[in-house]
Write a protein that binds this ligand. Sequence first.
Ligand code: PRX
Length: 645
Amino acid sequence: MTDHTESTSTTYAPPEEFAAHANVTAAEYERADEDRLGFWADKARSLLDWETDFTETLDWTNPPFARWFSDGRLNVAANCLDRHVEAGNGDRIAIHFEGEPGDSRGITYAELTAEVKKAANALISLGVSQGDRVAIYMPMIPETVIAMLACARLGAPHSVVFGGFSSDALHSRILDAEARVVITADGGFRRGKPSSLKPAVDAAIEKGGTPVEHVVVVERTGQDVEWFDDRDVAWADLMGEQPDEHTAEAFEAENPLYVLYTSGTTGKPKGILHTSGGYLTQATYSVFATFDLKPEKDVFWCTADVGWVTGHTFIVYGPLSAGATQVIYEGTPDTPDTGRWWDIVQKYGVTILYTAPTAIRTCMKWGDEIPGQYDLSSLRLLGTVGEPINPEAWTWYRSVIGKDRCPVVDTWWQTETGAHMIAPMPGAMATKPGSSQRPLPGISVKVVDDEGNPLKNDEPGLLVIDEPWPAMLRGVYGDPERYKDTYWSRFEGIYFAGDGAKYDEDGDIWFLGRVDDVMNVSGHRLSTTEIESSLVAHDIVAEAAVVGAADATSGQAVVAFAILRGGVERTDDMEETLRAHVGSDIGPIAKPKRVHIVDELPKTRSGKIVRRLLKDLAEDKGVGDSSTLADASVMDVISKQVQGS
Ligand code: PRX
């Protein structure tokens, strides 16, 4: 665990004007505390349109399998689209799309609704219906949102695979979800050039065993792609034939909405399953509460990729259900130059910006004069997510980007939690650099010790969620045992999040990083075991250990230690070969920053690798306590080899 916390008594009260008009005030906590389930039932009814109202808020008779609002019926896509058009807001911009090369498109709610209806009809023409899984492997373009909502409209769960993942990763995810249809693009624009996607889909299908019958291909970059007539169909051709009328059917609240794969402590990614009514309630509430969204006025921008949960909840479902106008940007923050983000804020008058600490630290490195060249006066709220934020980066964000006017909300949540869980309500309290502060109204969490006993001020412990919540995952796709074991077995009936945390003297929560073998690199979750398996699969590697070492920009960096197979001669290019191997096996984000070739790994008498010692070494902290090792001298040998490499 890394302790990013610093004692600080500085807090920042919201501007008076902000507090006076805030969507959430202190009274909301009292209301939720008095009747938690009643609070969520009210939110579900006031924030969403139900075709059939529910009679039971929560069914927790078979824990950990929760059912929220289960006899209610609704259509998620109609809640994100049709209802806004019916309410007279069809002309409101839903998406300001900014392509990396500089092309842009404004799409109104009426237009987006028509496109999603056409796409739903297109999927029907391919035989997709309720319950079928559709894989989506796309760049950050409006068609990605349209494809996801078309699936939601049909009650067909999507499985979005991040475009930076390799064909192998895509293959295993298509297999696990048994997707018969894949929606992709020729490629997208990144760092000033087209990067390709379709070839990875072809390679994934070629690996065999998938049930894929149709691949729908959006043309974005115009690159040449291989075409398989019996399987591939162009998005434009398919959409061109479809009527823009489609009546959304209401599904039960527990109808699966999507599966999203995330790294766990074992090599195999978990398909996190989210359902409809509870997820959409809490996603929509998060947008109104934490981001204080005023749909008629605000311009919201979440910089995440749609391939991660932040993109699912805060590009697609939350903002659209809330009727927001938002920006979607395709590319990287430094293309064509490091002012690109601030240019976008200025161009669209962004009022609420949501990004990750890594991005904030990178912008800090680029220098204050870059954002200083742009008019950022439209901003009124700043958010962060994905990893602990150090107080220095938080304070920089508030002063240089927010000009000391904008509250900063540090939002803690996970793929599994679906929506915000711990974050300050910006109009109801003073914010504090580096702390996520309080659970949202209606959410109950604790910091406990190894035995589950509640902890007090400044005692580091484990974060648990001790009451079910509407957007909670409903399971690990196809693996109920793994769901129980991973999240609910450490403490009986209580959700174990895998994060270290503590309270400060004000009762505010500080996060201390993961307590398991999950790393967090630039706000992206990676499993040490998954990268170790990839390294060992290379024919020069006999054994490998991977750690997440503290890194000033990316939070953590992947550092690997590998033992060569017998008879393999060590060469200078080996480190690069192994880095590239992991990059193509899993994806560029998983590429180790360093691979140290060593002769030994530190192991206990029972043969377990002691990663803690390797982490100390990778962080230049010297050799820590090696008394639990079978052979204590091993660390000196490794340390010399690391210094020499
Ligand atoms: O360790 C926590 C960290 O990210 C993990 C969840 O990762 P993922 O499922 O990929 O979702 C990321 C976006 C929601 C958590 O277990 N994390 C996320 N937000 C924060 C955080 N750590 C500290 N502070 C945060 N605000």
